[in-house]
Design a protein around this ligand. Sequence first.
Ligand SMILES: Cc1cc2nc3c(=O)[nH]c(=O)nc-3n(C[C@H](O)[C@H](O)[C@H](O)COP(=O)(O)OP(=O)(O)OC[C@H]3O[C@@H](n4cnc5c(N)ncnc54)[C@H](O)[C@@H]3O)c2cc1C
Length: 472
Amino acid sequence: MSVSTEHRTHSDFPTSFRGAVLRPGDDQYDAARELYQGRAADEGPALIAQCADEEDVAAVLRYASARTVPVAVRGGGHGSDGYAMPGGALVIDLSAMRAVTVDPDTRVVRAQPGVKLGEMDAAAQQHGLAVPAGTVSSTGVSGLTLGGGIGYLMRRYGATVDNLLACDMVTVDGRKVRADVTENPELFWALRGGGGNFGVVTSFEYRAHPVGPEVVAGQLIFPYDQAAAVLGKLSAHLAAAPRELGLLVAIAPAPPLPMLPEEVHGKPALILVVVHTGETATAHEVVEPLAALGRPLANLVTKTTWVQANSMLDAVAPYGMRMNLRGGYLSTLSGDAVEVLLEHVATVQADPGDIYSINLSFMGGAISEDVDEDAMAFSRAGAAWLWEAICKWDAPESDARYDEWATDLTEAMRPHALTNGYANLTDDLGEEWRRGLHGGAAKHRRLRSVKAAWDPHNLLRFNKNIAPEVTD
Ligand SMILES: Cc1cc2nc3c(=O)[nH]c(=O)nc-3n(C[C@H](O)[C@H](O)[C@H](O)COP(=O)(O)OP(=O)(O)OC[C@H]3O[C@@H](n4cnc5c(N)ncnc54)[C@H](O)[C@@H]3O)c2cc1C
């Protein structure tokens, strides 16, 4: 993971900038450069511009454009590639722009780019609403939305981008524009899944939906020796699943809970993470048959709140560890694909304190059926499941071992995976992979021409980069 750039001191950085300007050695610099991806801390950026408002964002972009200096953008800091703080780079840090407002009458939620998912959930739930988004509350709305956004509500209400109504954006030359279905519609098409390639988004406007506050959620924990059998039955069982069922399957070490036998603590187990947002009175009709797919060691599914359900994975998502992330779409959960995943889980060499998990997110419903594949850059064609492997560790000496494991797994999954994919839940796998990510060649060409129109010199290149059409 190396995203270094030419080091500059930026001694001519604009004095009109109102937020904090942090350089190596400044008091707040080390705290400001910390990202979810701990490996990013190996090399610091040249200057972090902590923007107070969109005027500040425009000032940095005008400065960068005039000198053709590439710019990195930090939203919530969860990007696994660490592109938000590249070594030697000029960084637009949006984390201080944290306002979120909810209009209960129109059910429109507006979030600034430093807002985290937990903050948006908390604000929307005050009115019994939620915006479909991700499953860990420290994740930023920014990167998640621009890449797509999937979570427990995707089957019921679609991906985050399916619920995005508009964006305010600052262009690379410092102009403020709006993008929605009528104003700059081509830009809006690209912003919904094309990542941070086109400009810096300073406000997101979402359609929220009634959710909770009471939901039925929790984990069904099966022993590892039942994993193949349960997974083998799962797809057929879920064929008639209601859209109100959100399901993430984790093949991961069993937590040290008192209700689990001690001998399984820390050993791989099959965990069905269930979030049912429909009628609580009838949720058991959905949950009990899932439990009956095997003989669970524990059934922790219970009535809870949406906010608690949508943050239950926070405990396994600590900030700042070294990590890697791989994943892709599956058209079906075949026995062969399951075998590859189970075989690889069994070969992880984890040190005490390390964290690993192979996850399978169940798609279908609104995300798969309600939106046309060509309606936006985000691709979901043919995807019934998303597989994802995440490893986290602290020792730099373990980097090579975990990277090799992740590469082996990715190669072994390639014959089972689709060529399109979800940009946010995998590390950047290079140019050829990025070409297929959004679907067919026509979508990739369309993204390149939007990139050429809005960022012809590729100043926004620290991302899952779409090269401007003009450079080929
Ligand atoms: C623990 C964990 C859990 C996750 N869970 C989910 C999940 O449930 N569902 C899901 O869909 N994804 C999930 N993700 C993936 C997540 O969507 C991506 O990591 C996403 O990039 C995070 O956005 P961020 O703003 O926090 O990250 P950042 O690292 O700040 O941003 C990522 C990139 O987005 C671009 N960017 C950010 N903000 C802007 C902006 N305002 N304008 C222009 N470009 C911008 C930049 O290129 C930046 O490098 C998870 C990731 C982690 C680490």
